[in-house]
Design a protein around this ligand. Structure first.
Ligand SMILES: *Cc1c(COP(=O)(O)O)cnc(C)c1O
Length: 401
């Protein structure tokens, strides 16, 4: 007899529950940021990727409203057919200028940008070398490409060099890394990786989903922060985080973009970005360039929180990103920690495998320019109460040791 679908669903879900990895959706209504409402409770959140506090910004709303009125909502077709509106095309020119590249191409999401770009760039005779902690969308793009995939330990440039110097493939080599790692908040060693790629003739792709708008003197991202400028680097990004809207992009040389227009399947076979979404992203990009004070405010909050967390005995890195992980360890422990925070009015969900490696479940704290010093201090006081009270919380004892 054939295996039963119902048994399969039930078994899969109970296995997740046993492992403490079962997840469900909750409705989070945005109030004035950084506040949100969940089940009628008003919570202070440290969990979004809206790093500059633009997702609710009136200027983005007005830009989207205007585009909805003048152009409409749905774009009606893929961009190569008729779904290529003027807002999207303007946004591409602005992204290219912002990232100092010849051209840019927009995708429905950052996820589909990675999947489409990586699987178009590399094929079965090629090789992709990828950081162990790269985002799931990079992993999926690599797998879909059919290329040989070599993984190096997180941030390990010596291992990367060894891989580049070692086995040869008949085709080309693509090296892929996150600019800012989404669950650890550290910045990749870009100058070293870049130098190796040049030495070995590999193409470098950097996914700067979390760096764009946040890092660097003018918010251009982790390349600017690390002082690397090379128009031949393929840069992926998203409008869904600091830029307050939705959508992904790739910025690169004109010839690369022309190739991707013809080859990236997530672009070719998917409907074009709606004009209001593009208009909102354009406004977000303009604010990033025109309001450096948002970035400075965020940077000061980041220093305050990182220092405070260090004082509590957690180890935290030095990179100035607004992603600050509190690594707790076990899945169940991380969930209970998050529940304690929730009881104190703080929303910061536990992140568990497969989003992070086993035994590295954590609370992923993130800051935005919509937070103020008092919010950070409230969070630190709440964390201190939980950590200091570890005696009454036996489940936590192994975590803070
Ligand atoms: C969020 C994220 C993406 C996906 O971007 P979306 O626009 O949300 O689909 C890609 N890469 C990294 C590193 C991310 O953190």
């Amino acid at each position: 007899m054939a295996a039963s679908w119902d048994d399969f669903f039930e078994d899969s879900l109970s296995a997740l529950k046993r492992q403490g990895r079962y997840r469900s959706l909750r409705v989070v209504d945005a109030l004035e940021p950084p506040w949100v409402e969940v089940n009628g409770a008003r919570l202070l959140q440290f969990a979004s990727n809206d790093y500059l506090g633009l997702a609710q910004d009136q200027r983005l709303r007005r830009a989207a409203e205007r585009a909805a009125r003048e152009i409409g909502l749905g774009s009606g077709a893929s961009r190569l057919v008729t779904g290529n509106n003027s807002e999207v095309s303007r946004l591409e020119a602005e992204v290219a200028a912002f990232k100092h590249t010849e051209a840019a191409l927009i995708f429905p999401t950052g996820y589909s940008a990675n999947v489409g770009v990586i699987s178009a760039l590399a094929g079965k005779n090629d090789r992709i070398i990828s950081d162990r902690l790269n985002h799931a969308s990079i992993v999926d793009g690599c797998r879909l490409s059919g290329a040989q995939i070599d993984i190096y330990p997180h941030g390990d440039v010596t291992a990367l060099r060894r891989l580049l110097a070692g086995t040869r493939v008949s085709g080309r080599t693509l090296v892929v890394t996150d600019g800012v790692f989404s669950m650890d908040g550290d910045v990749a060693p870009i100058p070293e990786i870049h130098a190796l790629c040049r030495d070995y003739g590999a193409l470098l792709l950097i996914d700067d989903a979390h760096g764009t708008g946040v890092l660097g003197e003018t918010g251009r991202g982790s390349l600017e922060y690390r002082g690397v400028r090379d128009a031949s680097i393929v840069q992926i990004g998203t409008f869904s985080k600091a830029l307050g809207s939705l959508g992904g992009f790739v910025a690169a040389r004109r010839v690369v973009i022309d190739y991707l227009i013809n080859k990236a399947r997530t672009q070719i076979y998917s409907t074009g970005m709606p004009a209001p979404v593009a208009a909102g992203a354009r406004e977000g990009l303009a604010i990033v360039s025109g309001q450096p004070e948002l970035r400075l405010k965020l940077a000061a909050l980041v220093r305050r929180l990182r220092n405070g967390i260090r004082t509590l005995g957690f180890s935290v890195g030095d990179d100035p990103t607004p992603i600050i992980p509190l690594v707790i360890g076990g899945d169940e422990q991380a969930v209970r920690f998050s529940e304690e925070l929730l009881r104190a009015g703080v929303l910061a969900p536990a992140i568990r495998p497969p989003s992070v490696p086993p035994e590295q479940s954590r609370i992923r704290l993130s800051l935005t320019a919509a937070h103020d010093q008092e919010h950070v201090d409230t969070l630190l006081n709440t964390l201190e109460t939980i950590v200091r009270g570890a005696q009454e919380r036996p489940w936590l004892m192994t975590a803070s040791s």
